[in-house]
Design a protein around this ligand. Structure first.
Ligand code: FE
Length: 189
């Protein structure tokens, strides 16, 4: 696929599903994505990690899951659905942190008791569906992953990106980061 087509597809998904509320929070899907990307970019993250932050919940948009999915007791595994699509076009530096961002939450809940206590009600509810905090073995395995650090960083931005009414750059602002990330991935023309 051409880089422009990939980016246009992403923009279309945001247009179609981005105005839905972000699962039990006071921001929309698009606001949540933009706040995540903004936190990444102002922290000096690479274009690939900025792209991963913007796209970490793309699995929800692709599938148009209902807003109350967690309350209805379904684990959407949106991280795999999104990462499967992303890895067809982007490199590992984008798709891996996305695939691991739910694991990073289970990891942080295991190693930081204060983290677990700080999760929003919706996030605590989905944690149960996601398998709860990691065991000691899972913690060690996760720390060995090449993208462990990026996944944990993305997770922290994800958790902060829920501020109603916060002003951020818009989607178009991230076109160039997406383009660079696609170029570096080497799978698009
Ligand atoms: Fe998220």
């Amino acid at each position: 696929m051409k880089r422009d087509e990939v980016i246009d597809t992403i923009m279309r998904w945001f247009r179609q599903g981005g105005t839905n509320a972000y699962f039990g929070e006071a921001v929309t899907q698009t606001e949540h994505a933009l706040q995540s990307a903004h936190l990444a970019s102002t922290s000096g993250a690479s274009d690939e990690l900025v792209a991963a932050s913007l796209l970490h919940d793309i699995g929800h948009l692709m599938r148009g899951l209902p807003e109350d999915v967690a309350k209805r007791g379904i684990d959407g595994t949106h991280e795999d659905c999104g990462a499967d699509w992303l890895e067809r076009h982007f490199g590992d530096a984008v798709s891996k942190p996305v695939r691991l961002h739910v694991a990073a939450k289970r990891y942080l809940c295991a190693v930081e008791p204060a983290y677990l206590a700080s999760l929003s009600a919706a996030s605590q509810l989905s944690l149960r569906l996601q398998g709860g905090p990691f065991s000691a073995d899972d913690v060690r395995r996760f720390e060995d992953d090449r993208y462990f650090g990026e996944a944990v960083q993305l997770r922290r931005w994800d958790d902060q990106a829920k501020i109603p009414g916060l002003k951020t750059p818009d989607l178009q602002h991230y076109r160039s980061a997406l383009e660079t990330a696609l170029k570096l991935g080497g799978k698009t023309s």
